[in-house]
Design a protein around this ligand. Structure first.
Ligand SMILES: *Cc1c(COP(=O)(O)O)cnc(C)c1O
Length: 400
């Protein structure tokens, strides 16, 4: 955004203007998956002016640098490890800069354990998977997703068997998308495990990373019966979530949890007096502090209530869109994401929405979106359709 030309060129004037611009943009934000229902964070104000750096290994006791929040980071990882059914005596993890770093770290660790194995993900996986594979020079196999965005397990099986014939015994690294970027479809980690069983890939020769950036926490809080299978109990070896999506931190961060016995560190670094096991060196001490505060503030019941309210608003949005003749759908009943044909351009100019090559757009009804915003969007769309129907834009959009 460009906050100029400044009416008031003072610093305070420019900041006021920036703030007003951001609030105006937020009023039209339905297309991106960040929760905005931040509670009162004033108890953290005393920490604002402290440099907090969790440099190096998250759990290493000691270490030379004292201005850190690693004990809170440990609790945050522990909370999520519990939520994702990680074994009590076999868990590792840390607070990352986001799910992109979490995927990068998981694939790095997987490569250390399984040199030569290919990475499999679906065509609906987040673009960060391909980037991490490229950075790590891992062979990437993109398995087609079905209409809703879930991995085609039959095609995963075919790809793993084909690679196994060519290179015996190298194993397989699979990234399961737990809530895809476009439709929030969920890959089934238990079925992926069964595919690897059938393809003859032993447990010790596989690494399944569950990329649950958006949906991991709300899904894991649901009753186990009937919810998608993606935790350590279902066969995952690492699970990651973003902090700035469901957990509402106002800056990007993430958490990755993995089985400790699969984690390979890089020995003690003399300078920090701690083992080197993370992608970045210096790491935010504020991100764990905020995550810890938010998890403590809401607790499991509060987090669940936020998820329920957001899903109710997603159903409302789906119904309202259908009500004006715009065919909206959700990939699975717990999704915050409502998918619909790409609206006419004038509407997208006002409401920035992510769109894909299939001609779909989506709204993500994260905690913090007021119902009023949804109703305003639907009213704007109805008006745009009434104007556009004369020139064939609607039938074009629906046909694509
Ligand atoms: C948002 C998202 C990512 C990227 O996460 P960042 O925290 O932005 O790096 C990766 N995977 C999925 C499924 C996502 O939704």
């Amino acid at each position: 955004m460009t906050p100029g030309p400044p009416g008031d060129p003072t610093m305070a004037g420019r900041l006021d203007r920036l703030h007003a611009d951001l609030l105006r943009h937020r009023d039209y934000d339905l297309g991106f998956p960040g929760a905005t229902d931040l509670p009162d964070m004033s108890p953290l104000a005393p920490f604002e002016r402290l440099l907090l750096n969790n440099v190096g290994h998250p759990f290493a006791p000691g270490g030379a640098y004292r201005m850190h929040t690693k004990h809170l980071e440990h609790e945050v990882v522990g909370f999520l490890a519990d939520l994702f059914d990680a074994p009590l005596d076999n868990r590792h993890g840390y607070v990352t800069t986001g799910s992109t770093e979490s995927t990068h770290w998981a694939l790095w660790q997987a490569r250390l354990m399984l040199p030569g194995a290919a990475v499999y993900c679906s065509s609906a996986a987040h673009y960060s998977v391909a980037k991490a594979a490229e950075l790590l020079r891992l062979r990437l196999r993109v398995v087609p997703a079905d209409e809703r965005g879930e991995m085609r397990y039959d095609l995963l099986h075919a790809a793993v068997v084909r690679d196994g014939r060519r290179q015996r015994g190298t194993g397989a690294i699979v990234v399961a998308s737990i809530g895809t970027t476009m439709t929030e479809a969920v890959d089934d980690v238990a079925r992926i495990g069964a595919v690897l069983d059938a393809a003859g890939v032993a447990e010790a020769m596989r690494w399944i990373h569950a990329d649950a950036a958006l949906a991991g926490v709300p899904l894991a809080l649901d009753e186990p019966v009937g919810r998608p299978a993606f935790t350590f109990a279902d066969g995952a070896h690492s699970v990651a979530v973003s902090g700035h999506k469901f957990l509402a931190t106002p800056f990007p961060c993430g958490v990755v949890v993995a089985l400790a016995d699969r984690h390979t560190g890089r020995g003690d670094i003399t300078y920090t007096a701690a083992p080197d096991s993370t992608i970045t060196g210096s790491r935010s001490g504020h991100a764990p502090l905020w995550l810890w505060y938010l998890l403590r503030h809401w607790g499991p019941a509060g987090l669940r209530a936020r998820a329920d309210a957001a899903r109710t608003l997603a159903r409302h949005t789906e119904q309202q869109l259908r009500g004006i003749g715009w065919p909206a759908w959700r990939a699975q009943p717990r999704a915050f994401t409502v998918v619909f044909p790409r609206p006419p351009q004038p509407l997208l100019d006002r409401w920035p929405l992510a769109t894909d090559e299939r001609g779909n757009a989506h709204a993500v009804l994260m905690p913090g979106v007021p119902r009023e915003r949804v109703d305003r969007f639907v009213a704007d769309l109805r008006e745009a359709l009434a104007t556009a129907s004369g020139v064939g834009l609607v039938s074009d959009a629906l046909a694509s």
